[in-house]
Unconditional design. Sequence first.
Length: 206
Amino acid sequence: MKYPTLNEEKKLWKRGYKVVACIDEVGRGPLAGPVVACAVCVDPQILNTKYKIQKLRDSKQLSAKQREYWYNIFSFHPTVQWGIGSVSPQVIDQINIYQATKLAMKRALMNLHHKIDFVMLDGNMSIDVPIPQESIIKGDEKVFSCAIASIIAKVRRDRMMVKYHRKYPHFRFDKHKGYGTRLHFQELQEHGPCKIHRKSFAPCNL
C-alpha cells in the first residue's frame, strides 16, 4: 500500500514557497448537511515528530477510530496549522454543490489566518484567490498535507452531523452522516426532508 508523502511539499519548499497550504473537502455527495473543507499547512519540522507519520492515510482509508486518533494528534500539533470552511445546505441549494465546494475551500484557506505562498487542492478544483495553485487528482492519497486536511475535514463534519442527530433524531444522522444509505432513504420517505436536507438534490425534492 502506498502512503501519502511530503514529496510535493518538499519540492515547493525548495522552489522558495515557504508556506504551502493543501485543501481537501468532504460532504459533496450527502443528501443532508454542509460541505466542509480544511486547509492545512505543515512546517518542515514535522519530519522530526515522534509519531509514525509514514503510516498516515487519507480519511477514506481509515476507520472512524483511526481518524479520531490522527485528528487528535494533528489538530493540536505545533507543526500543523489548519482552517475549516463550511457551506450550509441552504447555500448549496442556491449556488449548486460545485460552487459551494469551492466556497468552502476558499473559506478554509481564509481561516488559516496566514500568508500563503502556494496552494495545492485535492481533485480537479481551483479557487478564486491570487495565489499560485495546483490541483492534484487523489491528492489525499499522495500528498501528506492533503491527507491531514481530509482527516480533519471528515472528523469535523461527522461531529456536526452527530449534533444534527440530536436535533433531528428520527433521521439517524449519527449513523449515516447524511449520505444516501438505504436507512436514510427510508427515513426520507417516512418523514420527508428536514431543514438540513439539500432540496436541490433529487431524493430530497419530495
